[in-house]
Each structure stands twice: as structure tokens, then as C-alpha cells.
Design a protein around this ligand. Structure first.
Ligand code: ADP
Ligand code: AMP
Length: 215
């Protein structure tokens, strides 16, 4: 089963991903998390990705696809996967669909979280991210139990992401509308996408996502 969790930056994809992965027994593949791991380890890929990420731009399709294709061919993805933050362009979506056809796996659903821009800005401005396990928090809406300490892995490195400054957030949202929103139309035209209201309590959004997947 392949689930695509789709939506603009700050829609709640990372927040919702772990419960869905647990419920459906599939690993989470988040391209942003993979790039951040490369940044942390200062690899050549990390150095290349950094300039795009910190300018609110997308990493080029061929770089992203090479990374995703190799991750999808790892043994833990053989039974399916939840994709978070991929595909982000129509070219990526086309590559993905060809891969799905060849793999013999089924694309179950594209779940598209719908959240208005001003709410995204507020969420991203208050987001704090664990540098060690990538868990996502919000200073007001979803703080860790102990300030600055990650509930999931115990790390004390819960910080604001470099690309969560207001200026970069605005650029990322503009990039979403220009390059990524057409991906939703691409999937809708193929009858593969379900839009899910991403506003409200985190638990309520989780319930809507589960319902959309069951439907
Ligand atoms: P994405 O992975 O889509 O970029 P995140 O899951 O990291 O987004 O969520 C962005 C921010 O919004 C985080 O600070 C998170 O804690 C917060 N958040 C997520 N879901 C909700 C919600 N339903 N209501 C309020 N804040 C939320
Ligand atoms: P995210 O963690 O999903 O918000 O992604 C952070 C940044 O990584 C994005 O703003 C992009 O610069 C880059 N990125 C993540 N996924 C992709 C993708 N599928 N295509 C292109 N760039 C990506």
C-alpha cells in the first residue's frame, strides 16, 4: 500500500504521519527529513540541497527522484510506504506513478490536507523540530511535555528550523502554489486524491485522515 500525504508546508503532514504509519504498518519516507539528515552530515547532497531549502525553493527533480527511487527499493518499503513531502512537482508525480506501475504495488490514496495560507504561516512560525528524530512540535498548539525536550526520543535539541523564518516560509508557500498545487489537480484528474480538512485539533484531523483512507 502506498499512501501519499500531500499538502502545503505546515499543513500537518509530519505531525500526522507516525500514527498513520503505525496503523497501516508502513514506513514513513519524508524527503525533507532525508535532506535534513544529509545537511546534518554535511554530505555533498546536503550541500547541494541547502541553498534550495534555505531559499524556499525545491530541490531539482532529478536529484529528488534518484533519492526517492533508491529509498523505495530498500527492503522495508517492499510492502508499501507513506510518502510525506513527495511528490512536489508534476514531473515527480509522473515518475512516481510509472514506478508504482512497475512495482506492482497499489497507490491507495493521495490524502491532501487543506489549510489556508495564514494558518500555515502561524503554524510554521511556532514550529519546533527535533534535530535528532525530526519530531515536529508547536510552541502553543503542540508543545513537548518538557520544554525543549523531545517526547519521542528524549533529545534536548528541539529547535526552530532554519527555513521556518517568516521570510522563507512566505517563499515556500509561494513555491507550493506555483509548483506543487498542480500535483493535486494531476491526482484529482485520475480519481486518486481525497481532500481532508486540516484545521482543528490534531486528533480530529487524524480521525478524518483515517476515515478518508477507509473510504
Ligand atoms: P508539515 O509536515 O506538513 O510541514 P508539520 O506536521 O510539521 O507540517 O506541522 C506544522 C506545524 O503545525 C507544527 O508546529 C505542528 O505542531 C503544527 N500543527 C500540526 N497540526 C496542527 C493542527 N491540527 N492544529 C494546530 N497546529 C498544528
Ligand atoms: P519539508 O521538510 O517537506 O518542508 O521540506 C523541506 C525542504 O526540502 C523543501 O522546502 C524543499 O527545499 C526540499 N524538499 C523536500 N521534499 C522535496 C521534493 N519532493 N522536491 C523538491 N524539494 C523537496
Amino acid at each position: 500500500m502506498i499512501i501519499i500525504l500531500f499538502g502545503p508546508p505546515g499543513a500537518g503532514k509530519g505531525t500526522q504521519a507516525s500514527a498513520l504509519c503505525e496503523a497501516y504498518g508502513v514506513p514513513q519516507v519524508a524527503t525533507g527529513d532525508i535532506f535534513r539528515a544529509h545537511l546534518k552530515n554535511n554530505t555533498p547532497l546536503g550541500q547541494l540541497a541547502r541553498s534550495f531549502m534555505n531559499n524556499g525553493q525545491l530541490v531539482p527533480d532529478e536529484v529528488v527522484w534518484k533519492l526517492v527511487e533508491s529509498r523505495l527499493s530498500e527492503p522495508d518499503c517492499a510492502g508499501g510506504v507513506l510518502l510525506d513531502g513527495f511528490p512536489r512537482t508534476v514531473v515527480q508525480a509522473e515518475l512516481m506513478l510509472s514506478w508504482v506501475k512497475e512495482s506492482g504495488l497499489a497507490l491507495s490514496q493521495v490524502l491532501a490536507l487543506v489549510v489556508p495560507d495564514e494558518e500555515l504561516v502561524e503554524r510554521l512560525a511556532g514550529r519546533r523540530t527535533c534535530l535528532d528524530c525530526q519530531a515536529s512540535y508547536h510552541v502553543q498548539y503542540n508543545p513537548p511535555t518538557v520544554e525543549g525536550v523531545c517526547d519521542r526520543c528524549g533529545s534536548h535539541r528541539v529547535v526552530q528550523r532554519e527555513d521556518d523564518s517568516e521570510e522563507t516560509v512566505r517563499k515556500r508557500i509561494a513555491t507550493y502554489h506555483r509548483e506543487t498545487a498542480p500535483v493535486l489537480d494531476f491526482f484529482k484528474a485520475r480519481g486518486l486524491a481525497t481532500e481532508v480538512d486540516g484545521l482543528g485539533e490534531i486528533g480530529d484531523v487524524a480521525a478524518r485522515l483515517r476515515q478518508a483512507l477507509q473510504g
